[in-house]
Design a protein around this ligand. Structure first.
Ligand code: NAD
Ligand code: DAU
Length: 353
């Protein structure tokens, strides 16, 4: 069968990438979806177990920084689209290991852009390079205000600086070579398959095991939370309907201080686990703050609402409950991460193919 579009999704074995891959594979049987992922600690092919034998899905274990490997993938599948999510994504790790973030997020994005440009040879008909980015590039807000697409960049962590740099490279390739690019900057995602280093899955796992819940500083920092499937829907829409060289902010219109979110999570978990009211809250432990901790992120997403008709659909109450249910039902997913056996899935499923 010849496929109408051949789209690379980088980072498809990660949290958001796996939701994007599944959505595209199931919704567009006429597309070939090629998941390009290096399988770092954050890459988990168990996230895609249900679709990994679909005939419009392929997996390529590759590093986005590797020019030969990426060129070969473009040629092998005659690729005409890229949705780029691969990144080092955890702010705390960027504080201890900044160079890995520079390498993957900046050098890797530059390599991917250059491979697309070289392969498409300035014939951009039917092509698109979509870069998935973060609201953290805009810096940190005080109590008031929202990030707009026009907000000047002011990244403050090695992670956000590396993402800001990659955004600039994407825009520069769009401007200089007229590569058809589009960028989105999204707020904090939550939902199934998020690696248990991030706030919500880490705290769910610790509550189950009755371990301490490490709240950074006073827990007053504010984040705008979006259910991951709503983000995947926005990515699908922007890939198909977004305008070339444009940027779209995506957010949940759902601001929570960390401590209020954690208290809500504790109450929901007590109910689910039949524990007495307040038992999980007793696990809260205030710890040293994250270095350079951004105070508040909040997205104004009127552009994507007005231009493309997208808005967040999942209420936080419903999304948090779905997330808790998923982690409790799929305890094996967390256990496989804790034992490291999730990294065997590739060997078992792919090395023999
Ligand atoms: P994740 O850490 O869960 O997944 C990242 C994936 O990229 C993993 O599968 C990993 O193996 C892969 N990867 C890392 N380095 C690679 C390399 N050099 N070559 C190929 N693959 C590589 O990340 P996530 O939370 O799903 O985030 C995905 C993207 O969305 C990132 O670009 C991130 O900046 C952006 N983003 C995330 C959020 C969020 O709340 N998680 C919000 C806004 C934007
Ligand atoms: O805003 C989008 C960004 O959201 C994405 O670009 C990043 O990839 C993603 O990791 C996320 O970054 P945050 O730093 O906001 O997410 P994290 O889950 O690490 O932390 C959320 C908040 O909770 C933050 O204020 C720090 C705090 N926190 C986090 C952890 C892991 C704690 O208080 N304790 C913790 O143990």
């Amino acid at each position: 069968m010849s496929f109408k579009k051949r789209i690379i999704v980088t980072g498809g074995a990660g949290f958001i990438g796996s939701h994007v891959v599944r959505r595209l594979v199931l919704k567009y049987p006429e597309y070939l979806i090629i998941n390009v992922d290096k399988l770092t600690y954050a890459g988990n092919l168990e996230n895609l177990r249900d679709i990994d034998s679909a005939n419009n899905y392929r997996f390529e274990k590759s590093d986005i920084c590797d020019q030969d490997a990426i060129t070969t993938i473009f040629e092998k599948y005659d690729v005409n689209g890229v949705i780029h999510l691969a990144a080092e994504s955890h702010v705390d790790r960027s504080i201890t290991e900044p160079l890995e973030f520079i390498q993957t997020n900046i050098v890797g994005t530059a390599n991917l852009l250059n491979c697309a440009l070289t392969f498409w040879k300035k014939d951009f008909k039917g092509t698109r390079f979509y870069h998935v980015s973060t609201d953290e590039v805009y810096g940190s807000l005080g109590d008031e205000g929202f990030f707009l697409e026009s907000t000047p960049y002011d990244p403050k962590s090695p992670y956000s600086a590396s993402k800001a740099s990659s955004d600039h490279l994407v825009r520069a390739f769009g401007h200089t070579y007229e590569l058809p690019t589009v960028i989105s900057n999204c707020s904090n995602n939550y939902g199934p398959n998020q690696f248990p280093e991030k706030l919500i899955p880490l705290f769910i796992s610790n509550i189950v095991e009755k371990k301490a819940l490490p709240v950074y500083g006073k827990g007053e920092n504010v984040r705008d939370w979006l259910y991951v499937e709503d983000h995947a829907e926005a990515i699908d829409l922007i890939y198909h309907k977004g305008k070339d060289q444009e940027t779209y902010n995506i957010g949940g219109e759902n601001e929570w201080s960390n401590i209020n979110l954690i208290k809500l999570l504790c109450a929901d978990m007590d109910e689910k686990l039949n524990r007495s009211n307040g038992e999980s809250e007793n696990l809260i432990s205030y710890v040293k703050d994250r270095a350079g901790h951004d105070f508040r992120y909040a997205i104004d997403c009127s552009k994507i609402k007005n231009d493309l008709g997208w808005s967040p659909k999942t209420t936080f109450k419903a999304g948090l409950r779905k997330t808790i249910d998923w982690y409790l039902t799929n305890d094996i997913w967390i256990q496989n991460i804790k034992t490291g056996s999730y990294q065997e899935y590739y060997k078992a499923q792919y090395e023999k193919r």
